[in-house]
Each structure stands twice: as C-alpha cells, then as structure tokens.
Design a protein around this ligand. Structure first.
Ligand code: ACO
Length: 321
C-alpha cells in the first residue's frame, strides 16, 4: 500500500523568551496563577523582522536537513496558519520561493490550532492520490500579533513559533511506517467561543483574539477524547499500542484530562506547553520535533497527533514512525 511517511522534522522559535514574571509587569497576573491554571512558564515572542514566514522557512529548512533531502525535490507545501504574513499571497509561497522548491504546489490552510492536523491530512491525501511525491507540512504562527495585551485572560496563554515535517509517498508493507488513520471534524456553531474580532471582509482590520476560556476547556476535553477513540477504532489498535501522544499544547490541564479519559499514562504524553505556551498550528509539529530530537520518539513508534481549535475544528492522526 502507499502511505505518507514522515522523513524528518524541524522547528523554529523567536529569539526572545518572555517569562510569566515579565508578563506580570505588563498585566495584572502572576506566575502562580498562570502555572496553576495552564502549566505555562514562558513563551517566545517574535521581534521586529521575525514573522510567521521567517519562522516557517527556518523550520522547513531544518526538516529538510533532518530528512537529508534537497528543497528542489519538494513538490508540495501545505502551511497551516491563522496569522499569515499577508492576507495574500499565501505564506507557503514565500517558503517555496525562499527555499527554492521551484514549481511546487504551495498554499495555506486555516483551521487555527487544528491547522497542522488539517494540513497533514490534506498533504497525505494528495500524496496518496499521486498529485505529489514529497511534501513539506508546516505549522507556523505569530499569535503575539493578534493578542490584546491588555486582556489578561488571553494574552498569557499564547506564544509564537513554527514546526515542519517532510512527508514522502512510499510503498510500504502492512504494519510499516506512515500515516495510518486520520479523523477531522468541525462545528461552526461554537464560533463565538474563540475568534478574532476583525478580518479583511468585515472590519478591514486584523483584529484581536477573544475567548470564553471555560467553555473552550469543556468542549476541548469532550471532543478530543471522542476523536482519539474514533481514530483508533478504525485501526484495530488500542490505547496500549500507542507509544506517544503529541497533543496540541493549549493547557496542561486539557492534556492531563484527555490522557486520563483514554487511560493513557502521563509519561506517554509529550508536553512543551510549559516552555512554548500555546503556539496554535505550530504547537503539534514543535512538540513532535522536540521529542524526536531528544530521542524519545524513535523509528517504529506509534504516535498519535491530536488538536482542537477555534471554529471549533478538531482532529487526530495515528502515525507509525
Ligand atoms: N491572571 C490572574 N487572574 C486571572 C487571569 C490571569 N492571567 N485570567 C483570568 N483571571 C481571573 C479571572 O478574572 C477570574 O477572576 P474572578 O473569579 O474574580 O472573576 C478567575 O481568574 C477565574 O477565571 P476563569 O476564566 O474562570 O479561570 P479558569 O479556571 O477557567 O482558567 C483558562 C482560565 C486558563 C483560560 C482556562 O479556562 C482554559 O485553559 N481554557 C481553555 C482555553 C484554551 O486553551 N484556549 C486555547 C485555544 S483552544 C485550544 O487550543 C484547545
């Protein structure tokens, strides 16, 4: 069978880390409150000159280098972001030009925090139908640029960054590497719980992020638990077969609650929210790259990716390394 196989990963963070204590000088909050409610200790914030595009390019370069592949061999780039450099052209086309992936299909996908799962599923479908052979799938964000820095209920939760993987279509045996199963969902009825209050077609402004945190939390645990079970059900595998879960890094309490519902021990969950905060579409590939580079995720491991974000959108993907 043909499967999309992960051949390499890379990530990029802005140069500047901002601790909770530093944030507390700016808004009425404290390190204790942020750590207790979210698990976040610091986040990286883009400086002038650092953009979604520059972070995406750096992460993509590192992913290509880890895969030992030339940029010119890439024929598809799917970039997930809710904070593109410009409304258009797609930030993916900047990556294509900068890296020299000449002629590659390149476009952005907008599914906010689930964006990387949507982008990976899109690339997987295109690879398996033969539209492309080798893809860069990137999640990159500069959420710091759409935060209301006066609103303590949201500005402490997010950070900037990028992660990327290289996917290649390969003929593999049953039980071999590659994306095994993916489930994606959306429910636009809850758009008012997490949104940006601007846009090119409405206000003509970029807008700021608004969120009803408590309701988002409740939906996140329910939806993520359901989609994880649904993704496994199709494969005949059980939670015991999973070596690692790479979740969207929104909040340590959401990660704990979701793992508990599935009966997964916390040691199997990759957690970077303490260091990166919530980097939206970048969080899954960033966390994945951290765990590959530190040697936890290895060849042959069964890895579950999962995410939920504004829309709502949510999904999960099961991958053999
Ligand atoms: N510092 C200090 N106090 C604060 C802060 C802050 N940064 N933010 C809110 N508070 C106060 C509130 O004003 C409130 O005070 P009050 O009781 O006097 O009115 C109190 O803390 C409790 O506020 P709640 O909103 O009820 O706190 P909660 O326990 O729900 O925690 C949080 C808030 C962390 C946002 C939580 O609801 C959450 O994690 N929700 C999920 C949101 C999320 O992760 N969104 C990301 C995108 S979606 C996704 O990725 C899944």
């Amino acid at each position: 069978m043909i499967r999309s196989v992960i051949c390499g990963s890379g990530s990029a963070l802005p140069g500047k880390a901002v601790t909770n204590a530093e944030l507390a000088e700016r808004v009425d909050t404290s390190d204790e409150w942020i750590v207790e409610r979210t698990g976040i200790r610091q986040r990286y914030i883009a400086s002038d000159g650092e953009t979604t595009g520059t972070l995406a390019i750096e992460a993509a370069r590192k992913a290509l280098s880890a895969a030992g592949m030339e940029a010119s061999s890439i024929d598809l780039i799917v970039l997930a972001t809710a904070t593109p450099d410009q409304t258009f052209p797609a930030t993916a086309t900047k990556v294509q030009h900068e890296l020299g992936c000449n002629g590659a299909i390149a476009f952005d996908v907008a599914a906010v925090c689930s964006g990387f799962l949507y982008a990976m599923a899109t690339a997987d479908s295109m690879l398996r139908t033969g539209m492309a052979k080798r893809a860069l799938v990137i999640g990159a964000e500069t959420f710091s640029r759409i935060l209301d820095w006066e609103d303590r209920t949201t500005c402490v939760l997010f950070g900037d960054g990028a992660g990327a993987i290289v996917l290649e279509a390969r003929e593999v045996e049953d039980g071999g590497p590659g994306i095994i199963a993916t489930k994606l969902h959306a429910d636009g009825a809850h758009g008012e719980l997490l949104y940006v209050d601007g846009g090119p077609s409405t206000t003509g402004t970029v807008g700021k992020l608004r969120m009803k945190g408590r309701e988002v939390f409740r939906h996140a645990v329910v939806n993520l638990s359901a989609v994880l079970s649904e993704t496994l059900a199709d494969t005949g595998l059980t939670p015991d077969d999973i070596d690692w879960v790479v979740p969207h890094q929104a909040n340590a309490r959401i990660l704990d609650a979701t793992a508990r519902k599935l009966g997964l021990p916390p040691q199997k969950v990759i957690v970077t929210v303490d260091q990166h905060a919530n980097t939206s579409a970048a969080s899954v590939p960033l966390a994945f790259d951290v765990a590959v580079k530190d040697g936890r995720i290895k060849s042959g491991d069964l890895v579950m990716f999962e995410a939920m974000g504004g829309g709502f959108t949510w999904g999960a993907s099961l991958v053999r390394m």
